[in-house]
Design a protein. Structure first.
Length: 213
């Protein structure tokens, strides 16, 4: 699974009356342009087949609800970036440098100040090949349900990765869908699980502990 970074982008310029946006920085328009550009940035600056990067904007705030005739001085948007690049690697530094150049350029072109703030999330999740070779074949024989042994890369991020940085680790996922239950994604209002998955999860952990002895 990918690493995660979280960002807050603050845009500051000059406000104006809504009837004369040319007299100010039109900060909301600029902020939406920057936010849209950040979401599209990876596909235009990286070979996303070899270097997958996903940027999602999840929060946007600007202006006052009771002042609809005023273009504000400030706007803020936030979100997350996912990639398989280690943050402290040379590739990671180049990644953030490119975003920085992009933000600075747009700010200069639109006469606003763009201040980015990056916060580290989880690192890349990496399974131990040695631990996989030692445990998974035995687990496949002992587990009487379906075991998918070949995973796919995912842009989801998991703080379990902090364990895998310190100790050889394996990350397992449990299927939770049965009929209409368990088909919605995590972090959505519709998320639920089939309750029958819970005892299966306990059974799996017991089996895993036995083969790992």
């Amino acid at each position: 699974m990918a690493s995660s970074m979280y960002f807050t982008i603050r845009i500051h310029g000059s406000g104006s009356h809504a009837a004369s946006p040319e007299s100010g920085s039109d900060v909301i328009r600029v902020a939406t342009e920057i936010a849209d550009g950040m979401s599209n940035f990876p596909a235009r600056h990286f070979n996303v087949l070899d270097e997958p990067v996903v940027v999602s904007i999840t929060h946007f705030e600007a202006g006052q609800k009771d002042a609809l005739n005023k273009i504000p001085e400030d706007a803020t948007f936030e979100g997350t970036m996912r990639s398989f690049v280690a943050r402290d690697s040379e590739e990671g530094k180049q990644l953030f440098a490119r975003f920085g150049e992009y933000l600075t350029g747009l700010g200069t072109a639109n006469h606003v100040t763009v201040t980015p703030e990056w916060r580290a999330g989880s690192p890349v999740s990496i399974n131990s090949p040695e631990l996989y070779a030692r445990i998974v074949p035995k687990l496949a024989k002992a587990w009487d349900e379906k075991l998918l042994m070949e995973g796919e890369k995912s842009m989801y991020s998991e703080d379990f990765a902090y364990y895998s940085k310190e100790l050889p680790s394996l990350y397992f996922s449990l299927g939770i869908a049965d009929g209409p239950q368990g088909i919605h994604n995590v972090h959505t209002d519709e998320f639920d699980i089939s309750l029958e998955a819970l005892p299966e999860g306990v059974k799996f952990l017991v089996t895993l502990a036995m083969v790992a002895e």
